[in-house]
Design a protein around this ligand. Structure first.
Ligand SMILES: [Zn+2]
Ligand SMILES: [Zn+2]
Length: 333
């Protein structure tokens, strides 16, 4: 249903890109250097979650904004307390008199996340990117963004400043049985997406579903009940979870919170900035060592880890960070 990968190599700026198959939709975790991400992939992004605004996590904002300028787009940004000030600072560092000539709508929503509240601001190109206050809302169950097929949750961790970690949780997976379609003599097509939507929205079984196809000039149209289609056509399986944790101090409280938050993830993106022999330095700079990252992942029962944010000091021996983390992940130390 989706693919997830790092934006750069593990020594580059942190960031993960998650793309949904068959949909023009993608999500970014962190917004560091994104020059290596092809523009067509960046243009699919409509939500960006920024852990904190240290430069290596936010320098890509200008690049992204420039790419979007002439496009019809609505973008949601999420960041920690003070985030709107950072965005405002970036936007007000440019002169915008020429955007009067643009006819497209580019709306940027900035969501400042503070514990279980979010404060939202809007910057509209058509309004000269002047900040507008949208209001405050409560965050329930940590859900920052509720999508049709997934939710993105966030928690605040200690990096000597608040730093957010994120988890994308896919809703149930609705798979269509090809044999079912053949047996019922029904076409494939757009209507299947509508069917999935109705199932994920828990609509009642007697809801009518319009089945249609315009393929090869032979129009097909009929109606069946949601209940019948569910029974004969559909396999529902639980969705997957992808988590992203970076720039955190190794302490008891952070560990407890991370383990709770990322538990059961299919993939955990986690920083592994230093080797354990440099754990003092890691502590001073509020980062995890590879061993700590592997250990956290093992205790949280995640299936797979992807490591990043390697310190440049290990440029020639990145494999040592990988090996150390994997050893801890397998419980071999
Ligand atoms: Zn960082
Ligand atoms: Zn940082």
């Amino acid at each position: 249903m989706f693919s997830a990968g790092l934006v750069n190599d593990p020594f580059g700026d942190p960031g993960a890109y998650i793309e949904f198959s068959f949909r023009r939709e993608a999500v970014l975790f962190d917004l560091g250097d994104i020059h290596f991400v092809p523009p067509r992939k960046l243009l699919k992004v409509n939500a960006i979650f920024i852990s904190h605004t240290h430069m290596d996590h936010f320098i890509g904002f200008d690049h992204f904004l420039r790419l979007c300028l002439g496009r019809e787009k609505k973008i949601q940004l999420f960041g920690p307390p003070g985030f709107n000030g950072n965005v405002l600072g970036k936007i007000s560092s440019y002169t915008w008199n020429l955007i009067e000539n643009y006819t497209n709508n580019l709306d940027i929503y900035v969501n400042e996340v503070n514990e279980n509240k979010k404060e939202t601001y809007r910057y509209r190109l058509q309004n000269g990117f002047r900040p507008e206050s949208v209001g405050q809302a409560e965050i329930r169950d940590g859900i920052l963004l509720e999508g049709e097929f997934f939710d993105v949750k966030g928690i605040s961790l200690d990096h000597k400043i608040p730093c957010l970690a994120f988890a994308l949780e896919e809703k149930d997976r609705v798979n269509i049985k090809k044999t079912g379609l053949l047996e019922m003599d029904l076409p494939t097509g757009q209507w299947l997406l509508e069917l999935k939507r109705k199932i994920l929205g828990n609509e009642p079984n007697d809801t009518p579903v319009r089945i249609w196809s315009r393929k090869k000039g032979s129009d097909f149209e009929e109606e069946r009940s949601l209940g019948e289609l569910k029974e004969k056509l559909v396999i529902i399986s639980p969705g997957e979870k992808i988590s992203y944790v970076t720039d955190v101090l190794y302490n008891k409280e952070n560990c407890r919170r991370i383990i709770d938050f990322v538990r059961g993830s299919e993939v955990l993106f986690i920083e592994a900035t230093f080797l354990d022999e440099d754990s003092r330095r890691a502590q001073e700079q509020n980062h995890l060592t590879a061993r700590q990252a592997g250990d956290i992942a093992r205790r949280a029962g995640v299936k797979r880890i992807v490591l990043f944010h390697f310190s440049p000091k290990y440029q020639k021996c990145g494999n040592m960070l990988e090996e150390e983390a994997l050893k801890a992940f397998k419980g071999e130390h």
